[in-house]
Design a protein around this ligand. Structure first.
Ligand code: AMP
Length: 441
């Protein structure tokens, strides 16, 4: 099937040709005609499926007719990176349409955003908090709004944005088209969908499962050897861009620093960075200045780098959804990619959960010649877990996962662990507290 069949405005067709998309991805095939018809839609789609263009293309087409330089479309995204990515996609796909989009998100000066809104734009791509802030100041007239898009709704839920989203929706005209995208469908998202969508079409593209173009492998390793295994693995693997996930800001920084010292081309991305350094990390990774980016889940949200050949989970994620999102970074738009996960003995039960969702056992690999028996460096403060992947003491009581948490904790009670545990930041980028302690080292 070609894009021709959508009968998009010639200015949009020319952009598609210029960018080089030859045929629509499965989600685009399904959603574009429905959005063009003005239908509400619930799209179960993960990042990497081409979902941004799936809603941007028909929206640009619909905006061709009607008033200009006033807000007609609102796109809500959980992070500024994702907002920027959507804004860029609109810029590229809508280059010949004369339509304008502005981004609105916190952490930066409000005034330039207000000025751009005053200058007039048809599309606002926003994070909920700052949007409400500016709306309260009267900077955003919602009365002419025709289309609302909520992207990565499940991530918004994780980040506590649901009350803000509900407040925003209340301010919008009731007669509008609403599109809701989510990689997963927790109960709260179902409730939201029920409340705000009118007879929606439901589209599924790779729901709940990581992109099928990604091949997985796990590398069992003791905790204190993770960084050296990571470096050896990257050294020995032919890669393009490599995205490494660590669990906390602190660990993200420390892994990147160690890699840098060892001579790797690496940047780190986590919530503590200034906007300039964040931009340098993202742009540098995108342009190839940095081959490796070490990031937390939240910080890496929305990073759109088509060259990512490998995603490496330095730390196991805390939820299967987070795993799915991470893996969606590799193998984007039906390219192939590899996902490697370093697994310590503490991570084993969680790994079983992921394998259950994937419906397959992930291949276990060992790196030939790597010294898996190397001792914990003296005075490193590195916490050493139990030295084997064998039987672990799991106290009775609690759910399976809780028990796993307690079991994991029991390994961390020795004197070597104390400092390290204290150093573990309390805020782990918005993940459920339930499982954090299992991996807080
Ligand atoms: P997304 O799922 O929106 O994050 O998109 C993932 C990547 O796929 C982005 O880099 C897009 O530029 C790219 N992409 C979107 N649609 C297509 C298409 N029809 N053909 C090739 N690449 C695409």
């Amino acid at each position: 099937m070609s894009f021709k069949q959508f009968h998009l405005h010639p200015s949009i067709e020319s952009a598609i040709r210029r960018i080089g998309y030859t045929e629509p991805t499965p989600i685009q095939r399904q959603t574009v005609p429905l959005i063009l018809q003005g239908k509400d839609l619930m799209g179960l789609a993960q990042t990497g499926t081409g979902k941004t263009a799936a809603f941007v293309l028909p929206i640009l087409h619909r905006l061709q007719a009607g008033p200009r330089r006033q807000p007609r479309v609102l796109i809500l995204a959980p992070t500024r990176e994702l907002a920027e990515q959507i804004h860029e996609a609109i810029g590229e796909l809508g280059r010949d349409t004369g339509l304008k989009s502005v981004t609105v998100y916190g952490g930066v000066n409000k005034n330039p955003q207000i000025q751009k809104l005053h200058a007039g734009a048809e599309i606002i791509v926003a994070c909920p908090g700052r949007l409400l802030d500016l709306a309260d100041q009267g900077a955003i007239p919602f009365s002419g709004l025709e289309i609302l898009v909520i992207d990565e709704a499940d991530r918004m839920l994780d980040m506590g944005f649901m009350p803000d989203i509900r407040k925003i929706v209340k301010r919008l005209p009731a007669k509008r088209q609403t599109l809701l995208f989510s990689a997963t469908m927790p109960e709260d998202i179902q409730k939201l969908a029920k409340a705000i969508l009118h007879e929606p079409a439901i589209i599924r593209a790779g729901e709940g499962k990581p992109a099928s173009t990604v091949s997985h492998a796990v590398y069992p390793v003791e905790h204190h050897l993770k960084t050296s295994l990571l470096m050896t693995l990257i050294e020995r693997t032919e890669t393009e861009a490599v995205l490494v996930f660590a669990r906390t800001k602190h660990r993200t920084k420390s892994v990147a620093t160690k890699m840098k010292r060892a001579g790797f081309s690496v940047a780190s991305l986590q919530g503590d960075l200034s906007q300039n350094r964040r931009q340098d990390a993202i742009e540098g990774f995108r342009s190839g200045k940095y081959r490796i980016l070490v990031a937390t889940d939240i910080a890496a949200r929305g990073i759109d780098v088509t060259r990512i050949s490998h995603v490496i989970n330095y730390d196991m994620p805390d939820t299967v959804e987070a795993f799915t999102h991470r893996i969606g970074r590799a193998g984007r738009a039906e390219k192939t990619g590899d996902a490697f996960t370093l697994v310590t003995p503490q991570d084993r039960s969680f790994l079983s959960g992921i394998e259950h969702v994937l419906g397959e056992t992930i291949e276990r690999r060992t790196l030939e010649g790597f010294d898996y028996a190397a001792p914990v460096p003296a005075g490193s403060g590195a916490a050493a877990p139990a030295r084997s992947f064998g039987v672990r003491r799991i106290p009775a009581g609690g759910s399976g996962r809780d028990r796993e948490v307690q079991g994991a904790r029991s390994h961390w009670n020795g004197p070597a662990c104390k400092g390290a545990r204290k150093a573990a930041p309390r805020s782990l980028d918005g993940f459920p507290l339930r499982l954090r302690s299992a991996q807080a080292k």
